[in-house]
Design a protein around this ligand. Structure first.
Ligand SMILES: NC(=O)c1ccc[n+]([C@@H]2O[C@H](COP(=O)([O-])OP(=O)(O)OC[C@H]3O[C@@H](n4cnc5c(N)ncnc54)[C@H](O)[C@@H]3O)[C@@H](O)[C@H]2O)c1
Length: 264
């Protein structure tokens, strides 16, 4: 029996990258998933995974999209156990000095709308059902949740805010609903940029990234499956208000060498 047998999930940002890979894994562990993404690529998931996945194409910064996703799960399967807010956009590590004053409000609104407002909307829509199921929430943070230089100021502020959501909502919902997060370091994906900054999607992995990581290798997308699954499962019943770094050791990187035994 899978770790998520019988669980029903709403998962955002499921059309590509970490989210798509985790949805595949969740289904393999016995979950049924409403998979939400702005990209129509999400509609391809049922071809691969069958009717364990219901795709929804929409913008997660729209309250109605979140309500539809929750309603779809409850009407198809009668309950909702997990809301995973994972959709995100990146600011291309743009320094404040390079953002024009007049552009800043639109760029801020766009990035915060996806990275901070959207998980809040999703959790709000899911809340009555999560209370009924004594379910849980998982939000995707980042290395930028804890550190500077994992993005520009907009992205870093947004991912710090995700930790605020995790801690405050874990408090507000206890003891009925657990709220945790996962903070990836680097993953081989192409995150969308901020339209207001004229940004195109950009590779998250740069030349030299592997050498800068204490683990000395860029993780595979599947390397995030384990922590997502743990947080969604009953095996994390004693965890709430926690953001788990999965950062290839970036948080303990050294100055002279990325890791004490690197290059020996
Ligand atoms: N890739 C990395 O190195 C890295 C590092 C730290 C944190 N993260 C976080 O991981 C999460 C997943 O990102 P990823 O790296 O898999 O990137 P990705 O771009 O492959 O996946 C993100 C998905 O979110 C979707 N999305 C973006 N805006 C949306 C919106 N408004 N409505 C609906 N869907 C939307 C995209 O279409 C995409 O399919 C993000 O929250 C990101 O900030 C990624």
């Amino acid at each position: 029996m899978g770790l998520l047998e019988g669980k029903t999930v709403v998962f955002t940002g499921a059309g590509a990258g970490i989210g798509r890979e985790v949805v595949r894994h969740f289904v393999g562990e016995g979950a049924r998933v409403v998979a939400v993404d702005l990209s129509p690529a999400v509609t391809g998931l049922p071809d691969e995974l069958g009717d364990a996945v219901l795709p929804i194409v929409g913008d997660v910064s729209d309250p109605a999209v979140n309500q539809s996703a929750v309603d779809a799960a409850v009407s198809a399967w009668g309950k909702l156990d997990v809301f995973a807010g994972n959709a995100g956009v990146y600011d291309g590590a743009k320094p404040l000095e390079q953002i024009e004053l007049d552009t800043l409000p639109a760029a801020f609104g766009e990035l915060m709308g996806v990275n901070v407002l959207a998980p809040l909307l999703g959790v709000r829509a899911a809340l009555p059902h999560l209370i009924a199921s004594r379910g849980c929430v998982i939000l995707t943070g980042s290395f930028a949740t804890y550190h500077a230089s994992g993005g520009g100021v907009l992205y870093t502020a947004s991912k710090h805010a995700v930790l605020g959501l995790v801690r405050q909502l874990a408090y507000e919902f206890a003891p009925d609903v657990r709220v945790n997060g996962i903070a990836p370091g680097v993953a081989p994906t192409k995150l969308r940029g901020v339209g207001a900054l004229g940004q195109e999607p950009a590779d998250s992995v740069l030349d030299g990234t592997a050498a800068a990581l204490p683990t000395q290798e860029v993780p595979a997308l599947s390397d995030f499956n384990g922590v997502f699954t743990l947080l969604a499962s009953d095996q994390s019943r004693a965890m709430t208000g926690t953001m788990v770094p999965v950062d290839s050791g970036l948080g303990i990187r050294g100055l002279a060498r990325p890791g004490g035994r690197v290059g020996r």
